[in-house]
Write a protein that binds this ligand. Structure first.
Ligand SMILES: CC(C)(COP(=O)(O)OP(=O)(O)OC[C@H]1O[C@@H](n2cnc3c(N)ncnc32)[C@H](O)[C@@H]1OP(=O)(O)O)[C@@H](O)C(=O)NCCC(=O)NCCS
Length: 157
């Protein structure tokens, strides 16, 4: 299988990523909120700047040196030793090839081994069965459903 890697997102990678970005309807419970993505240099600069916070690591998912997705470890709480994971591949052309699963596996290793977290949380909209399948495969436990969301938690082994 093709290998991917995670690296901390740079501004340049972020622009490369979003130049080829497609929004995915799977993450919208209310499809009235969905619209196709349009690249804007200013919007990506604002997005990148907004993600530079001490409670977050924004990663690029790289394949052959090019970004094919982004993954965040966010809400990093160093006292409680927990954080939350979110992931989104760049477009349909790079989905369904095992990259998302590999990226989440690498992120768990980073959260436990580098950040010394005791648990990683994740949530998906109820209809996003693809994301739920991957989380369950990687050992996340279904914690609860609330409103449109299904909540998961993965404890360190
Ligand atoms: C979710 C996402 C990150 C997964 O990445 P990916 O590279 O497409 O996924 P993979 O190819 O690694 O794995 C897909 C798995 O889901 C399974 N799958 C595909 N469609 C499915 C569906 N509708 N229901 C259940 N499982 C499904 C595949 O069979 C595969 O599992 P397997 O390896 O056990 O056969 C990616 O699809 C994405 O960016 N989606 C849009 C954003 C999103 O949903 N993010 C998560 C929000 S919490």
């Amino acid at each position: 299988m093709d290998q991917i890697s995670l690296c901390v997102m740079t501004r340049e990678l972020c622009h490369q990523l979003y130049q080829g970005w497609e929004n995915d309807p799977a993450i919208y419970m209310d499809m009235g909120l969905f619209s196709p993505y349009r690249y804007s240099k200013e919007a990506v600069d604002r997005y990148f700047d907004a993600k530079q916070t001490p409670d977050r690591v924004l990663f690029a998912i790289l394949k052959d040196g090019a970004p094919v997705g982004e993954l965040q470890l966010k809400q990093i709480d160093r006292e409680k030793r927990e954080c939350a994971l979110s992931v989104h591949m760049q477009n349909d052309g790079v989905k369904g090839r095992g990259y998302g699963t590999q990226a989440e596996r690498l992120a768990l290793r980073y959260a436990f081994d580098v950040l010394d977290m005791a648990a990683v949380n994740a949530d998906t909209v109820i209809k996003n069965t693809r994301s739920q399948h991957i989380l369950e495969k990687l050992g996340f436990q279904h914690v609860r459903d609330e409103g449109d969301f299904r909540y998961y938690r993965r404890r360190r082994e």
